[in-house]
Design a protein around this ligand. Structure first.
Ligand code: OAD
Length: 242
């Protein structure tokens, strides 16, 4: 275990080598599909079956996918750093399933800031359940209040959930990090940029892992222009002095 305070922020790019499409990259979802028709509360109100079909298709793809060397390297880093937090924008469960030396990342060391695709939650009340192994069909109804159930993800136009924000804020309030890794995200949301910059403080290192430039490139101490699965095992070795 190293005395290392590390914040890791990931986006769709870390799951690309596992076969999960990104949103804005080549072959990304938003290149061919209109988010307004699939990922907003209005879209769900207009055509809940279409929205469910799309999320179930994505769930199936994710169930069939395996974590890659990038996810595994992050699990390893989480085990060997004294104070670690992973903030992922990904709704897939590949970080959670990435095993290093027989261990998984501990649930209190990560937050899924945009929700969990395998969670099915009520569109009106707090009722929710997991569907990691198999999907319901049609448009499920809430057993508590009868409203439509929806995927447990954050849609455009919705606020982030308070609980994961609280985890990030608590972590940041403890002081700056030694290292901030920003992996596979265009970093187009203000809160992602804000968290990364606050976390480095005056002299932390900001390392970006992305084949392309992003909105954080100008602030990065180091930019690794390689796919995450290729770059992360070496980078984590280097950080751990292994
Ligand atoms: P994007 O699709 O915007 O960006 C993916 C990033 O990954 C791009 O910068 C690519 O260059 C990079 N990339 C592609 N392959 C890579 C690889 N093998 N290794 C490393 N990087 C790679 O995805 P996000 O930034 O995650 O929101 O998008 C943020 C949010 O926008 C998503 O969480 C989703 C979407 O709309 C919600 O669902 C609320």
């Amino acid at each position: 275990m190293l005395n290392l305070r590390v914040l890791v922020i990931t986006g769709a790019g870390i799951s690309a080598e596992s076969g999960i499409p990104t949103f804005r990259g080549k072959g990304g979802y938003w290149r061919n599909l209109d988010p307004a028709k699939l990922a907003t509360p209005e879209a769900f109100a207009r055509d809940p079956q279409l929205v469910w079909d799309w999320y179930r298709e994505r769930r199936t793809k994710i169930r069939e996918a395996e974590p890659n060397d990038g996810h595994i390297a992050i699990t390893r880093l989480s085990k060997q750093s004294s104070d670690f937090l992973l903030v992922t924008q990904n709704v897939d469960d590949l970080h959670r399933r990435a095993e290093h030396d027989g261990t998984l990342i501990s649930p209190d060391q990560m937050v899924q800031i945009h929700g969990d695709i395998f969670l099915t939650r009520c569109s009106r009340c707090d009722h929710a359940y997991g569907e990691a192994d198999a999907d319901s069909t049609g448009i499920p109804r809430c057993s508590a209040c009868g409203a439509m159930m929806r995927p447990g993800v954050v849609w455009f136009g919705e606020s982030l959930n308070l609980q994961p924000i609280q985890v990030v804020e608590n972590y940041l309030s403890k002081g700056p990090c030694d290292v901030v890794l920003v992996i596979g995200t265009t970093a187009m949301f203000g809160y992602i940029v804000d968290w990364a910059l606050r976390a480095i403080g005056d002299d932390g290192r900001l390392i970006e892992i992305n084949p392309d430039t992003t909105s954080l490139t100008g602030f990065a101490t180091q930019s690794v222009r390689k796919p995450a699965g290729e770059a992360l095992p070496d980078l984590v070795n280097e950080l751990l002095g292994a």
